[in-house]
Design a binder for this molecule. Structure first.
Ligand SMILES: *[C@@H]1O[C@H](CO)[C@@H](O)[C@H](O)[C@H]1NC(C)=O
Ligand SMILES: *[C@@H]1O[C@H](CO)[C@@H](O)[C@H](O)[C@H]1NC(C)=O
Ligand SMILES: *[C@@H]1O[C@H](CO)[C@@H](O)[C@H](O)[C@H]1NC(C)=O
Ligand SMILES: *[C@@H]1O[C@H](CO)[C@@H](O)[C@H](O)[C@H]1NC(C)=O
Ligand SMILES: *[C@@H]1O[C@H](CO)[C@@H](O)[C@H](O)[C@H]1NC(C)=O
Length: 631
């Protein structure tokens, strides 16, 4: 019985080892780069490697007397490594002891062969033929980005070679949370782009690189966006080398129903219920509401029972809102609704609170601070129904709004420019390339408003059309803002990108690479076990299983190679080859050695497993390359 249990334990340990092997990708060495003379000269392969680990490059059949590898992209061709080969070895092998971030670039390696024509180079006073090899080396995480969501910066975990992206972070949100994500490159000379994927890894939206080192992206997260992710990508001056930092969105499971949130006052601004509320003393603080000057702001404040019998009141920075504030307030049932014309009222950085008109000690308020979102020098469009805005982003100082409309919906848009009062401006509306003729504007404080609204009833033919408000200064375009229309489809409202680019997860590939290994392992173990079961009656016809038979048994049922070829023991006295079912009365202590084998001490063999895993990497990356080049 004890033997049987031991067997089970061994099988279990075996599984664990198999699983560990699959997980062990992160700790393996960098894959060996092998370039073959006559084949791999001038390939544009990208090799992924990890920082601080050694790297071996083999130039097969190169018969070189000298090899120098350098950075093609640097002005002076900084040398990474060079080595002479006295005997013009068939294969030139170069070892780099530790990979550094500056090695993440396009490489050239110049091999000098005994002269046989072609490009000449003199080495040791003798003419040689110079052969150049090129490739890209991507050092994981060699370039960084900074990403913040609603002002909090994310901390990225560096990723190993088993995944393609360079780092990842998580953001947990609550239903209907508005987010503002800023993606910026740390090294200010590199531009960034942003890609948004659904939970199936399909790209649903992207902001392509346009020379900006910082992008701002806004959207609203609901349970539908659970497990969606955004990649903030840093582009270098080498188009083959980009560094991808991934942020996953996870919906936070609240213990209570968010519709029954514990604040007594529920505030809705322009039809958007903001869930993310913090309690500060007797205040329920709503997130800052950023408005575009000119926008009509409708604030609804609703009291939960049993408070609803007490009259509600709005206060503006603690002053009760009166007609003097030019805010229209209506009471509807147990709600109050305030309408604010943000171009008529000075609203920037003002706080509106809502509470009961009572003198109770326990009086509670909801409060919300308004902030103008129109920075100096920028053009903004207002008048779109906020709940239908899918995304909004700023690239450079140009704002784009992706708006989902319904057929026969009429839009009326205003346009505002924030600029010091100087210059000769013209405001023009541009719909799908057609420009409006009127171009006047009116001034209110710093703000200049187009004197004409863009009014249109949208049809199904307006899908993907672009509305622009362009401001000219002295007949030259000063700046603009644009709206991208997206027809609301009942089935697939999120997929408005023309080409949906499936971006398969590399994890899947790893899983696919590991599963056959596991299955094979299970099968082999199964067969071995089964064979032992079959053979046992033969070898143990006599119930007292003689221990000297064990050896024989061992020969007949070889241990599956795969079980040990990936593990070697530093302590040679450990004999793991004792996996034999034994009868309980086996007293020979030598046969119990296997119980002492510490499988966790097993280390990958220095050569084979490495090669195996590097093959898997290459499969994975080749696949990614294929996917990407096929787009
Ligand atoms: C590489 O080593 C340097 C110096 O020991 C260390 O500062 C850095 O964090 C290491 N980088 C990685 C990715 O391990
Ligand atoms: C290069 O490194 C490998 C593995 O680390 C080692 O086996 C080999 O001997 C080294 N070669 C040279 C020339 O240093
Ligand atoms: C990131 O790390 C810093 C410092 O450890 C910490 O203050 C901050 O809260 C972290 N950010 C997130 C989003 O976890
Ligand atoms: C808002 O106020 C401005 C004047 O400040 C006025 O021209 C505009 O018509 C008002 N908007 C609405 C919707 O009442
Ligand atoms: C849009 O309006 C037209 C004309 O009034 C009408 O025939 C059509 O059915 C409407 N379509 C929708 C989807 O409401």
């Amino acid at each position: 019985m004890r033997c049987k249990i031991n067997n089970c334990v061994k099988v279990l340990i075996f599984f664990i080892i198999s699983i560990l092997q699959c997980e062990a990708f992160d700790t393996t060495e960098n894959p060996v780069i092998t370039l073959e003379y006559g084949k791999d000269i001038n390939n544009i392969n990208t090799y992924y490697v990890e920082q601080n680990k050694s790297l071996q490059i083999i130039f097969k059949n190169s018969h070189a007397g000298h090899v120098r590898c350098y950075d093609v992209q640097s002005k002076y061709g900084i040398t990474f490594i060079e080595k002479g080969f006295l005997y013009y070895d068939k294969d030139s092998v170069i070892n780099i002891t530790s990979v550094t971030p500056d090695m993440s670039t396009r490489w050239a390696c110049r091999a000098l062969q005994k002269y046989h024509g072609g490009a000449r180079d003199v080495y040791k006073s003798v003419e040689h033929t110079a052969v150049q090899y090129y490739f890209h080396l991507h050092v994981k995480g060699a370039r960084s980005v900074s990403v913040s969501i609603n002002g909090d910066s994310l901390n990225f975990t560096k990723m190993g070679l088993n995944v393609q992206h360079d780092g990842e972070a998580f953001f947990s949100f609550i239903e209907h949370q508005n987010i503002e994500l800023v993606c910026a490159s740390v090294d200010k000379q590199f531009e960034v782009s942003l890609e948004y994927f659904n939970q199936n890894g399909e790209k649903i939206f992207e902001i392509p690189p346009k020379g900006d080192t910082s992008l701002l992206f806004r959207t609203r997260l609901t349970s539908k966006q659970d497990k969606f992710y955004i990649d903030c990508i840093c582009h270098t001056n080498n188009k083959y080398l980009e560094y991808r930092y991934r942020t996953y969105f996870y919906k936070q499971e609240l213990n209570h129903n968010p519709d029954k949130q514990d604040n007594t006052l529920i505030v809705t601004v322009n039809g958007l219920l903001e869930r993310y509320v913090r309690r500060t003393g007797s205040y329920f603080d709503y997130p800052i509401f950023k408005y575009v000057d000119g926008e009509m702001i409708i604030v609804t404040c609703e009291a939960k029972r049993p408070y609803s019998s007490i009259p509600l009141q709005f206060y503006f920075d603690r002053e009760q809102v009166t007609l003097y504030n030019r805010i229209k307030v209506k009471k509807i049932d147990d709600k109050i609704v305030g309408t604010i014309n943000s171009s008529a009222v000075f609203l920037n950085k003002k706080t509106l609170s809502c509470g009961f008109n009572s003198r109770s000690e326990k009086e509670e308020y909801a409060r919300i601070t308004f902030e103008s979102d129109v920075a100096v020098g920028t053009v903004r469009v207002f008048g779109l129904a906020r709940p239908n805005i899918l995304y909004q982003y700023r690239s450079g100082d140009v704002w784009t709004t992706v708006y989902q409309y319904s057929v026969n919906e009429t839009i009326s848009l205003g346009c505002v420019l924030n600029i010091l009062p100087s210059g000769n401006y013209k405001f023009k509306w541009n719909f799908n390339g057609e420009e409006s003729s009127r171009n006047g504007y009116r001034v209110k404080g710093m703000m200049k408003y187009a004197d004409e609204n863009f009014i249109k009833t949208l049809t199904e033919h307006d899908d993907k059309k672009i509305i622009k408000c362009i401001v000219y200064e002295n007949y030259k375009i000063l700046n603009f803002a644009e709206i991208r229309l997206q027809l609301k489809e009942i089935s697939n409202s999120e997929n408005f990108e023309d080409q949906i680019n499936p971006h398969t997860s590399n994890n899947l590939i790893i899983i696919f690479a590991c599963i056959p290994g596991l299955v094979l392992t299970i099968t082999v173990v199964g067969i071995v076990y089964w064979r032992k079961r079959i053979q046992r009656p033969k070898t143990t016809s006599n119930t007292e299983a003689p221990c000297n038979r064990v050896k024989e048994d061992n020969e007949m049922t070889p241990i599956p190679e795969s079980m040990y070829d990936s593990c070697y023991s530093e302590n040679s006295t450990i004999q793991p080859n004792n996996d034999v079912p034994k009868s309980p009365d086996c007293s020979d202590p030598n046969h119990h050695h296997y119980e002492e084998v510490n499988y966790l001490q097993c280390k990958p063999k220095p050569s084979e497993p490495q090669q195996r895993s590097s093959k898997i990497y290459n499969v994975a990356y080749d696949h990614v390359r294929r996917c990407r080049s096929g787009k």
